[in-house]
Design a protein around this ligand. Structure first.
Ligand code: NAD
Length: 285
C-alpha cells in the first residue's frame, strides 16, 4: 500500500507531530497547520527532533534532505488545498475541534478524507456540522505515535465504506495495524483497557492481593506486557478517572470510578508523572 501523496495535520502538538512523523517516514508530503507562527515553529521542531531520532536509529528509508523538502508548516487551512487526507489533532475540546474541522473541510479537495484523532468525542457528534460526513472518520493514534503500532479507525453512522477502505490502506502504508470500531464510547481500546484497570483497582480496595501480584496475574497468566495497575500509573490516574466518569455516564454502573481511584487523584498521586500512584516512581520519572 502507498500513503496519500499529501497529508494535512491540524495541530502539531504531541500527537500531531507524531502523526506527521509517521507519514513523512512512509514517503508522503506533510503540512501541519498550527494556530500561530510560534506554535508552527514549535511543531516543526518536534517533528524534526523525532525524525532525527529515527534517522539515528536507521528507521528511515528517506534522507533528512528529502524529508525536510516534503515537510512544511502553515497557519492557514488554505495549505490543505492539495491534501488527500487531513487529520485533526487539536486539543480535546468539542468546539475547538468542530471549528478546526470546518476550516479544514472548506480548504481541502471535495473528494479528500477528513479524520479526527479524538480519544473520547463521538464521531457522529463531530460529523454534525460537516458537509462531508461520508468522508469523515476517526483515526485514533496512540502515544507515542512512533513506538505505537495500533490505530483505531472509528466509523461514524454516515462514514462510507470507501473511506474506511482508504484509511485501512493508509494505516497499513505507515507500518501500523488498523482495527475498525463503530463509533461508541471509549472505542475499543479505552473501553477494554479501563474495564480491566477499574476491576484491578477494586480488587486492590477489597484486599484481594497486592498491586504487584494483581499485575503479575495478568502478565504471567495472560501475557500482558504490563499489568493494569502499572498501566494506570503510566497513563495517569487523572486521565483514567476522567475517561471512567464519561463511560460511567454513557455506559452505566460497571464503569463507576472506584473510591480508591478518586482518593488518589484528590491527593495528587497521579502515577508516574507525580512520582506516586499505585507504585512509587521517585527515581523513574
Ligand atoms: P497537544 O496539546 O500536545 O497538541 C495540540 C496542538 O494543537 C498544539 O500544538 C496547539 O498549538 C494546536 N492547536 C490548538 N488550537 C489550534 C487551532 N485552532 N488550529 C491549529 N492548531 C491548534 O495535544 P495532544 O496530546 O497532541 O492531543 C491532541 C488530540 O489527540 C486530542 O484530541 C487528544 O485527545 C488526542 N489524543 C491524545 C493522546 C495522548 O496520549 N496525548 C493519545 C491519543 C489521542
Amino acid at each position: 500500500m502507498t500513503p496519500p501523496r499529501t497529508v494535512g495535520v491540524v495541530g502539531g502538538g504531541r500527537m500531531g507531530a507524531g502523526i506527521a512523523h509517521a507519514f513523512l517516514l512512509a514517503g508522503a508530503e506533510v503540512v501541519i497547520v498550527e494556530r500561530d507562527e510560534d506554535a508552527a515553529d514549535a511543531a516543526a521542531e518536534r517533528v524534526r527532533t523525532s525524525i532525527e531520532r529515527s534517522l539515528d536509529r536507521g528507521d528511515a528509508a528517506r534522507s533528512l534532505a528529502e524529508i525536510e523538502a516534503a515537510f512544511s508548516t502553515a497557519t492557514d487551512a488554505a495549505a490543505f488545498v492539495d491534501c488527500e487526507l487531513v487529520i485533526e489533532a487539536v486539543p480535546e475540546d468539542r468546539v475547538l475541534k468542530t471549528e478546526a474541522l470546518t476550516r479544514a473541510e472548506r480548504a481541502m479537495p471535495p473528494t479528500a478524507v477528513l479524520a479526527t484523532n479524538t480519544s473520547s468525542l463521538s464521531i457522529d457528534d463531530l460529523a454534525e456540522g460537516l458537509e462531508r460526513s461520508q468522508l469523515f472518520l476517526g483515526l485514533h493514534f496512540f502515544n507515542p505515535v512512533p513506538a505505537s503500532t495500533l490505530v483505531e479507525i472509528v466509523v461514524g453512522a454516515a462514514t462510507a465504506p470507501e473511506a474506511v477502505a482508504a484509511a485501512r490502506g493508509w494505516v497499513d502504508a505507515i507500518g501500523k495495524t488498523a482495527i475498525v470500531v463503530r463509533d461508541s464510547p471509549g472505542f475499543a481500546s479505552s473501553r477494554l483497557g479501563l474495564a480491566l484497570g477499574l476491576e484491578a483497582i477494586r480488587m486492590l480496595e477489597d484486599g484481594v492481593a497486592s498491586a504487584e501480584d494483581i499485575d503479575t496475574a495478568m502478565m504471567l497468566g495472560y501475557r500482558h506486557p504490563v499489568g493494569p495497575l502499572r498501566t494506570t500509573d503510566l497513563v495517569g490516574l487523572d486521565v483514567r478517572l476522567a475517561i471512567a466518569e464519561e463511560l460511567h455516564e454513557r455506559l452505566g454502573a460497571r464503569f463507576e470510578p472506584p473510591a480508591l481511584l478518586r482518593r488518589l487523584v484528590a491527593e495528587g498521586n497521579l502515577g508516574r508523572k507525580t512520582g506516586r500512584g499505585f507504585y512509587e516512581w521517585e527515581n523513574d520519572r
